[in-house]
Design a protein around this ligand. Sequence first.
Ligand code: MIC
Ligand code: SF4
Length: 644
Amino acid sequence: MGYTIGQKLIKNHLLEGEMIPGTEIGIRIDQTLTQDATGTMAYLEFEAMGVERVKTELSVAYIDHNTLQTGFENADDHRFIQSVAKKRGLLFSKPGNGICHQLHLERFGKPGKTLIGSDSHTPTGGGIGMLAIGAGGLDVAVAMGGGTYYITMPKMVLVRLTGKLSPWVSAKDIILEVLRIMSVKGGVGKIIEYGGEGVKTLSVPERATITNMGAELGATTSVFPSDEITKAFLKAQGREEDWIELKSDDDAVYDEIIDIDLSSLTPMAAIPHMPDNVKTVDEIGKIKIDQVCIGSCTNSSLLDMLKVAAILKGKKVAPNVSLTISPGSMQVLNMLSLNGALSDILSAGARLLECACGPCIGMGQSPNSAGVSLRTFNRNFEGRSGTADAGIYLVSPEVAAASALTGVLTDPRTLGTMPEINMPERFIINDNMIERPAPAEEADSVEIIYGPNIKPFPSSTDLPGSIEAPAILKVGDNITTDHIMPAGAKILPYRSNIPYLSNFCFRQCDEHFSERCKAAGKGFIIGGSNYGQGSSREHAALVPLYLGIKAVIAKSFARIHSANLINAGIMPFTFAEPADYDRIDTDDILALENIRENIEGGKPVSIKNITKNESYALSYEYSARQKAIILAGGLLNYTKNISE
Ligand code: MIC
Ligand code: SF4
């Protein structure tokens, strides 16, 4: 039996376990990336591990999220990360150089390699045939130290593309269609692989738009073959030697196949407040809009920006619309400025933002009250933009630019003939904003600079024999990490200050969550299905740990969050009978009796509802390693125990 691309990549990096879907495997990691919002914590954890120099082939620390410096905090964190990078052997990408995923694709990603990143959109690298996976900061720190990375062996899904996109329909519409079909939890435990004749019609940036938003499917990762198109892209980046061919075997077997005829797609949008709430632009109609934001790691490539410039050229942005443009990287911005496209964008009345995440993570540009904002981004979760009652629509650059001109949601097919945009044969290469590490022999003299905003991260203790505590919070389905630990310009600067962050935990669901946790001293969270979807931020586990949360009992979990909970020493359990979810109310006193003994012995676990005098069976599928981590009270304790 032949292999799929995902299976080949895993097989070439397999260190532990067997490639049996649903079982835990350990893989070797070639490259890592971090961004600043998760990076500060990841490097604090790396420092706690006591490793002198990173042991990967390549590790890069990017600064792209916390670039608004409204106080000393972000600049201090940048300085801390830069000093760690210099001392420990990492490349450092300075603020303003661009968004980690776009930059990594341009300058460092290599087909056939493994990459983990402390950001959920790391699978963008699948666009050039990498096995690129989003992970919690601690997992990335372990990989930087040369440690194995563990995942559940995924199932393989083939999305078979046939035909060719019609004019004005783009890669964003393909992934929106996949989201419509599969939903935000449809990808959990799966690798989404793209194949079929239609693949040849898609350039690398278009492929990367698709793999990027595979994160919204909950997938382990997404991947494209590495072919002549990949080669041409790497050549244009001056990196032809990094190319290898990668394709699935003819007799590869997939667990699921989804067929999409590209020619049947029309412009689409994900309507508020979930990325899988997908409708065609026609179905939604000409709603009035207030803001258009073009950029983010999903749609900020040169190709995207050139399309936008061509649409805006010689025209004027509608009076009621604020249009922002964030190019994905310095390379993109440089090329736009040299070929005049930037002038077309600016002349139309756009606001140019720096090459960073910006509005995507609520770092500025929050819409007006009850505003409607069209964004080329990947997430439209309620409140994420910074305006609680704004409605965010996720669209392609073509829909975004066309709508910015009319002031209403507009089908770009009404614009007439589509301008032809080609990929450049050579990108402008300028790595002036990448700092190289000190040579190993000089590393000793580099001092790590800690700012006053850096507070110790919470510690956890061994799993006790039994736990009795209230159900502090009960939430519904599809709770995102943005609900658990919100981001945005006001909160993000405190990513290295867990005590302060704890004041904002679950704010959107229960204003008093933090105080109630502090009063109770310990507690449980009851969740619906797909609990913890969205980002990789381990803060969504570290802050609940700080607040005394001992276990989360949900109908199902998102992959990265479940791994982060275990790493923090918080037990994720699922209801054996999903209907038992309905039987628990907030403030019910619950007890996990003999929990230590049960986990240790792999015995069945149930939770007693003392208030209602009932008991509910729970399921857990911890590997032997995960059990040991839970018993030790988290990955850091576990690592310390085995190295003592
Ligand atoms: C996001 O898009 O939500 C983020 C901000 O990039 C996160 C990481 C973080 O919370 O710092 C992600 O996607 O992992
Ligand atoms: Fe940055 Fe947004 Fe991409 Fe997250 S999704 S990495 S915030 S651009």
